[in-house]
Design a protein around this ligand. Structure first.
Ligand code: UGA
Length: 462
């Protein structure tokens, strides 16, 4: 980092790129970061008062650093050319058509980004692959960059996957468990690694893990696969608990105190959502299929199967308890985001559960503290393009309106405000019998039952 300020840029103004650049700027007064995106609307939003998504503490950093050391731009040439180090943070969605559809990764954005970097780079650059990618993408990236480079321009490629979670992105970035940096075993790559390490100046050296490029790429997929597997494992035990009269939360505590297992990610519920777990599992499964590792494929596929099963099982519980008769009934859906403290609804279990219920003819009254009406309706319409959603779905702006005169409450996101529901008051304004289906272990079931509710909470005695 010879220049001061050291110029970096980030291609892709999404959930990974912006929080990462924000915290880098917060921690490094000597860095100037430009976040580029082709999407003009998104860049305009980052420059405005109305940021594109909600993430705790992000707004404060943006306001403090914007136009001082953190810039947003749609000018690719300027952003790339000025930077000495470039983060690639573009989307890597699952392929939707062709061979590998639904499993393999669509690398279109990675490739177009590489071509753009090659086109506009007049000086040598360090390229940091941060997007989650199939293993060996770094060598493909290198090939595209080299083949299109301007004369005498070289690129050093590093892999530096991101492990932050939405809703706690800033906290995770400020205090990461570890930073993984993959690079080649050459002198120039090792030099580039040292520069990247300096950018993470607030992270203890012992927490920086350096590996080869492919290990780093596979670490990312493995970490998400392990986390998703834990959720599916505890959900599998939840089903056993329900039929045997055990309680999955007691089991989670009982096993979580074993230091080899640990207490985190043992929350049974309606399954994992979000843009990463399923996509990354498919990414891993597809890679294993590619190499014909049949048993490994079957092993990881089961994690996804269990997750789908958990959502469907929740719906079956609702139907069973309500005598398979929810047609035309008002059902209150509390929470639509895939987890609390985010407005993100991508792959949220709430989408799939709502869809099942719409097909049963229910009237859903949906409330989420942060997910917008537009997003909720778009997600649902994508699954049922032929259904007139207006007849069956209302999105409201507070829990009270959603609950009023409903037959059942479904808790689908673990927002703190749902923990504070006044159950006695809630009971009064509902149709009777009044049901609560708690998909996130939020409600005090004992109290709810005492008040008169019929309740179901995943993994607890029926
Ligand atoms: C996940 C990983 O946790 C991050 O480390 C990673 O960087 C990120 O993916 C990514 O690849 O970008 P994220 O998807 O934002 O982060 O959120 P998580 O906190 O992991 O939750 C994922 C889903 O699992 C949520 O739907 C959550 O409700 C569910 N979950 C989590 C459970 O059902 N039970 C648990 O005990 C924990």
């Amino acid at each position: 980092m010879e220049k001061k300020p050291y110029p970096i840029c980030c291609l892709g103004a999404g959930y990974v790129g912006v929080p990462t650049m924000a915290v880098i700027c917060e921690k490094n007064p000597d860095i100037k970061a430009t976040v580029f995106d082709v999407d003009e609307k998104r860049i305009a939003a980052w420059k405005s008062e109305n940021l594109p998504f909600y993430e705790p503490d992000l707004e404060d950093i943006i306001k403090a650093k914007r136009d001082k050391s953190l810039f947003f731009s749609t000018d690719a040439e300027k952003s790339i050319n000025e930077a000495d180090l470039i983060y690639i943070c573009v989307g890597t969605p699952t392929k939707t058509t062709g061979i590998g559809a639904g499993m393999g990764t669509n690398l279109t954005y990675i490739e177009s980004t590489a071509r753009m970097i090659a086109k506009y780079s007049k000086t040598n650059k360090i390229i940091v692959e941060k997007s989650t990618v199939p293993v060996q993408t770094s060598s493909y990236l290198e090939k595209v960059l080299k083949a299109n480079a301007q004369p005498n321009v070289t690129f050093e490629i590093l892999s530096n996957p991101e492990f932050m979670a939405e809703g706690s992105a800033i906290r995770d970035l400020r205090k990461p468990d570890r930073v993984v940096i993959g690079g080649k075993d050459t002198e120039s790559a090792q030099k580039a690694i040292e520069i990247l390490k300096k950018i993470y100046c607030w992270v203890d050296d012992k927490q920086i893990v350096t590996t080869n490029l492919f290990s780093s790429e596979l670490i990312k997929l493995t970490a998400n696969a392990f986390l998703a597997q834990r959720v599916s494992s505890i959900n599998a035990i939840a089903e056993v608990a329900e039929v045997t009269g055990a309680n999955v939360h007691e089991i989670a505590r009982g096993i979580g105190l074993d230091s080899r297992i640990g207490p985190k990610f043992l929350g049974a519920g309606i399954g994992f959502g979000g843009s990463c777990f399923q996509k990354d599992l498919f990414n891993l499964i597809y890679l294993c299929e590619w190499f014909n590792l049949k048993e490994v494929v079957a092993y990881w596929k089961q994690v996804v199967i269990m997750n789908d099963h958990q959502r469907k099982r929740f719906v079956m519980k609702i139907l069973n308890k309500m005598f398979n008769n929810i047609t035309s009934k008002k059902i209150s859906v509390l929470g639509f985001a895939f987890k609390k403290d985010t407005s993100d609804t991508r792959e949220s279990p709430a989408i799939y559960i709502s869809d099942y219920l719409i097909k049963e003819g229910a009237h859903l009254s949906i409330y989420d503290p942060k997910a917008t009406k537009e997003t909720i309706l778009r997600d649902l319409q994508a699954l049922t393009p032929n259904v007139n959603l207006e007849k069956q779905v209302t999105v409201v702006s507070n829990a009270q309106d959603s609950i009023k005169e409903s037959h059942a409450i479904l808790i689908l996101t673990d927002w703190d405000e749902f923990k504070e529901l006044n159950l006695a008051e809630t009971y009064k304004i509902m149709e009777k019998p009044a049901y609560i289906f708690d998909g996130r272990n939020v409600i005090d079931q004992k109290e709810a039952r005492k008040i008169g509710f019929e309740t179901y909470s995943v993994g607890t005695p029926l």
